[in-house]
Design a protein around this ligand. Structure first.
Ligand code: F6P
Length: 330
């Protein structure tokens, strides 16, 4: 992927786009500090691609990113830009980059953000590097995305508390976690939270089978059960699944949707380290002349992949982990 080395990489831009994730700030910090280390100027673009279209930028120096390694959210703010989906919007964005004499763009976000970056590159040949920042962990080309582990920690904290009341009242709880169309958060939360089952978009959900399992647990003396439902599950959201179980088996259930808490909070150590490694690697890629790629982590090595991998390849869930949920719930 390295192209012709850019003669003088003097100035780069960084933005965060799409749903925010804990760890975006450490990633911004890593971009800025690595660039400054190499005597490259940095501007931050606020409000994602919308800010690029509207020319809302701010110079970023080393001190601008001081004290943010432990802050959730993103100091650059984020948006899901409709304007950038149009050619006219991307042209305006390109003009902003030219106006600031920037010669590389780093986009911290998910697959939707990568598509935009790819289109910009196709139309203008402008160098773009993607850094995977999303709680969903649904990007092929990286084992983990920035924010995923913090989101799981948040989910686990909630699940642990719900377990206390589930046991006290001998109840079945359905807990819905985020993930859009992917079940990574649900699967990891189910294992770490000791749940009885995880309903994922990647596998068909069978209500009859769930009811049979619940009956078996009862026979074996289990006093309560927790089922994690991924928001994109084919059987519906947690409330709908609860209703299906009630209608079929008459079981009284309680539902808890963890929701947007999963997007916020202090980034975990794992996410801070990942964000620092990937943010720094993104700058190095621009220095090395890479024109259009994403950085990622695979078996603990920083790697690069074509940006297209994010939407052309579906990242599979590890089915052996789902089996592990079943084994652990016996
Ligand atoms: O992609 C992150 C995510 O939090 C998903 O888990 C969820 O489906 C979606 O974003 C929510 O999007 P919005 O911020 O637009 O409500």
């Amino acid at each position: 992927m390295p192209g012709k080395k850019i003669k003088k990489l003097k100035k780069i831009a960084v933005l965060t786009s799409g749903g925010d994730s804990p760890g975006m700030n450490p990633a911004i910090r890593a971009v800025v500090r690595t660039a400054i280390y190499h005597k490259i100027e940095v501007i931050g673009v606020k409000w994602g691609y919308d800010g690029l279209i509207k020319n809302i930028t701010t110079p970023l120096i080393s001190r601008s990113v001081g004290g943010i390694i432990n802050r959730g959210g993103t100091i650059l703010y984020s948006a899901r830009s409709k304007g950038f989906k149009t050619k006219a919007g991307r042209k305006k964005a390109f003009n902003t980059l030219k106006k600031h004499r920037v010669n590389g763009l780093i986009v911290i976000g998910g697959d939707g953000s990568y598509r935009g970056a790819h289109e910009l590159h196709q139309e203008t040949d402008f160098p773009v590097i993607g850094v995977p920042g999303t709680i969903d962990n649904d990007i092929a080309g990286t084992d983990y995305t920035i924010g995923f582990y913090t989101a799981i920690d948040t989910a686990i904290e909630a699940i642990d508390k719900i377990r206390d009341t589930a046991v006290s009242h001998n109840r079945l709880f359905l807990i819905e976690v985020m993930g859009r169309h992917a079940g990574f958060i649900a699967l990891a939360s189910a294992i770490a939270g000791g749940a009885e089952d995880a309903l994922l978009p990647e596998t068909p959900t069978n209500i009859t089978k769930i009811i049979k399992q619940l009956q078996n647990y009862k026979k074996r003396g289990k006093v309560s059960s927790i089922i994690i439902v991924a928001e994109g599950d084919d059987a519906g959201n947690a409330l709908e699944v609860a209703e299906k179980i009630r209608k079929k088996a008459g079981y009284e259930t309680r539902v808890s949707v963890i929701g947007y808490q999963q997007r916020g909070g202090i980034p975990s150590a794992l996410d801070r380290i990942l964000a620092t490694r990937l943010g720094s690697a993104a700058v190095e890629e621009l220095i090395n002349g890479t024109k259009c790629a994403m950085v990622g982590i695979q078996t603990n090595e920083v790697i690069t992949n074509p940006l297209e991998i994010a939407w052309e390849k579906k990242k599979p869930i590890d089915k052996s982990l789902l089996k592990l949920v079943e084994v652990m719930s016996c």
